[in-house]
Design a protein around this ligand. Structure first.
Ligand SMILES: Nc1ncnc2c1ncn2[C@@H]1O[C@H](COP(=O)(O)OP(=O)(O)O)[C@@H](O)[C@H]1O
Ligand SMILES: [Mg+2]
Length: 230
């Protein structure tokens, strides 16, 4: 019998967290990342500020420049560029993050926790009459399919109570009052719910759940669905 000197690496798992602003995505993603690493299961946390490509300074600098263009700009520029541009710019950002960070990590056997996949962007564009929904779906269609999408479901009013404050983007640039946040985020929530019956989605009503309870449900799902014991 021959034993391979280097057994094939088992591919890592990709777990993404979605939900409206204030649902608790970043809180859960950070905890899952921490607990996986503590359990000796290498994992990276990828979010909208992650720009470090392991052992590649040049690509990291490039990714950071794109991040600055997409996420670090003022309202006047956002307005001047328009909705089509921002869809394509976001698609460029998600494409490079997938290509340079997520795919290589998964191939090396490292798990990926993605804080905020592109689903919320799809939901935002689905309620935008100026951009065809099909176009928005197509520009993200090539991204790596996550093994599990954890959808943290909560109403906009409750999410606002958790957050306290919000940005103009979080009202869909519709105004600066609480009602503007609530109206916009509830529309996004309705759109997200259109996906929640998919097999690879785990939809959790987090309205009355504290951080520990949310983590417990998510951790149990990682074990039951992906055989990732943490
Ligand atoms: N289960 C929870 N119960 C109460 N507050 C929470 C819970 N999860 C997160 N929070 C708090 O709610 C706010 C928004 O959480 P965050 O993780 O930043 O949400 P998101 O990333 O979805 O916008 C933060 O102040 C966070 O500490
Ligand atoms: Mg967040």
């Amino acid at each position: 019998m021959t034993v391979a000197a280097h057994p094939a690496t088992t591919r890592g798992r990709e777990i993404t967290v979605t939900g409206i602003d204030g649902a608790g995505k970043s809180t859960l993603a950070a905890r899952l990342h921490q607990v996986l690493n503590d359990a000796g299961q290498p994992a990276i946390l990828v979010g909208k500020h992650s720009t470090e490509v392991p052992m590649d300074e040049e690509l990291s600098v490039y990714l950071d420049r794109l991040n600055a263009l997409v996420y670090r700009r003022d309202a006047r520029i956002a307005q001047a560029c328009g909705d089509h541009y921002w869809l394509l710019a976001l698609a460029a950002w998600y494409t490079l993050q997938d290509q340079m960070m997520i795919k290589p990590a998964l191939a090396a056997g490292t798990h990926v926790i993605l804080d905020n996949a592109h689903h919320k962007i799809l939901a935002r564009y689905a309620v935008n009459p100026d951009v065809p929904t099909r176009l928005a779906e197509q520009v993200f269609a090539h991204l790596t399919e996550p093994d599990l999408v954890i959808f943290l479901r909560i109403g906009a009013r409750e999410a606002l109570a958790r957050k306290g404050s919000f940005s103009s983007l979080e009202t869909g640039h519709s105004g600066d009052g609480d009602q503007d946040f609530i109206r916009y985020q509830d529309t996004v929530l309705t759109q997200l719910r259109a996906y929640e019956r998919r097999d690879d989605w785990l939809s959790i009503d987090v309205t009355d759940m504290d951080r520990d309870a949310v983590f417990k449900v998510a951790a149990d799902a990682l074990d039951a669905r992906l055989q990732l014991a943490i």
